[in-house]
Design a protein around this ligand. Structure first.
Ligand code: FAD
Length: 299
């Protein structure tokens, strides 16, 4: 797609890339480019950009795209992807301080090495801390909410905010934090335990995950949220959607709440497949599935 020209962007210390392909940055490995991709040098650079950018420039933040479908026409405006300057993870006592670009698995590993329990569930979630905060990521009966102490976010006008658990208002795979808040770091708290027991629990979760999820495929994880009192995969299975295909996209045979890019799928193949699944589930059960995967950009 041809993007409308953008006004001049602030002079930053980080980098701007024009028409930057995003497919390499997302798990589905498909979708269009960012009109501009901004990698801030650090939190001050990010705040400076946000304070000084022309207000009409649309902003989108991405982590490592493990819960994201970038539509084929790409994303207008500026897409922000935090750099490795936001990737620090430190254990102090039973607290973990983590930058928003740190991988969830790094948080789990640092916590385990420090003898802090409660982070095992993060070992197999393939996102960043920023994505985990936004999504209240969770599995195996735990979620981010359970270990959360505080987070720092910078809003769309460049103002910093310290967020408490009340401010976050965590709910199932969501928070109530305004959409223009970018998380830059967070503090979590676990409980002391011996390293071997923590490691054993992480190993068990990883082993189990490999057998029930297509973790080595081009996927966006669970496509739909579990409706109250139901499991999305079961509704999808009962509606006969396992293995269904649109173009190069298919419903995973291993876990039918996962959609897969079999190789040549466009984002519109994947989205159309998801919509067909929703329609079939509604027809069979009367239940309307809600997308868990975030879809951004234009078709
Ligand atoms: C194989 C596989 C298995 C998965 N298993 C699980 C699971 O067990 N449990 C689970 O909860 N999820 C799971 N997921 C989904 C995904 O890993 C999580 O939702 C994860 O938290 C997304 O993080 P991300 O960095 O990839 O975010 P992205 O996918 O890049 O973005 C997701 C959302 O977070 C926002 N976001 C990202 N960074 C920031 C930031 N710094 N500040 C503000 N907003 C931000 C984005 O704008 C977007 O709205 C799985 C995905 C895959 C591919």
């Amino acid at each position: 797609m041809a993007f409308s020209p953008l006004p001049k962007l602030p002079d930053v210390r980080g980098s701007y890339t024009l028409e930057a392909p995003l497919a390499p940055f997302v798990w589905f490995r498909t979708g269009g480019p960012a009109q501009v991709l901004f990698r801030p040098a650090d939190a001050d650079d990010l705040a400076y950009f946000l304070k000084n950018r022309p207000a009409e420039v649309p902003l989108t933040v991405i982590g490592v795209g493990s819960n994201l479908l970038i539509r084929d026409g790409g994303v207008a405006g500026v897409v922000i992807r935090l750099s490795s300057a936001f990737g620090r993870v430190v254990c102090e006592g039973t607290r973990i301080h983590a930058g928003a670009a740190a991988l969830d698995s790094a948080v789990a590993k640092v916590a385990a090495a420090g003898g802090v329990a409660g982070f095992e569930f993060l070992r197999g979630i393939p996102g960043t801390v920023g994505g985990a905060l936004r999504m209240n990521a969770g599995c195996y009966g735990s979620e981010v909410k359970d270990v959360f102490v505080s987070a720092t976010a910078i809003d769309g006008r460049g103002e910093r905010h310290e967020l408490s658990p009340t401010d976050m208002a965590f709910a199932y795979r969501r928070t109530d934090v305004p959409e223009d808040y970018l998380f830059v770091e967070a503090v979590f708290e676990g409980k002391p335990d011996d390293q071997a027991s923590i490691q054993a629990r992480m190993d068990e979760m990883m082993k189990n995950r490999e057998t029930v999820q297509p973790v080595h495929s081009r996927t966006g994880g669970s496509t739909f949220k579990n409706p109250e009192g139901h499991q999305a995969w079961k509704l999808i299975d009962e509606a006969g959607c396992r293995g269904m295909k649109v173009g190069g996209a298919s419903v995973s045979n291993l876990h039918c709440n996962f959609l897969i890019n079999d190789g040549g799928a466009t984002a519109s193949d994947i989205e159309a497949l998801g919509e067909q699944v929703r329609a079939k589930v509604k027809e069979k059960s009367g239940i309307v599935l809600e997308w868990e995967i975030k879809r951004v950009g234009v078709a």
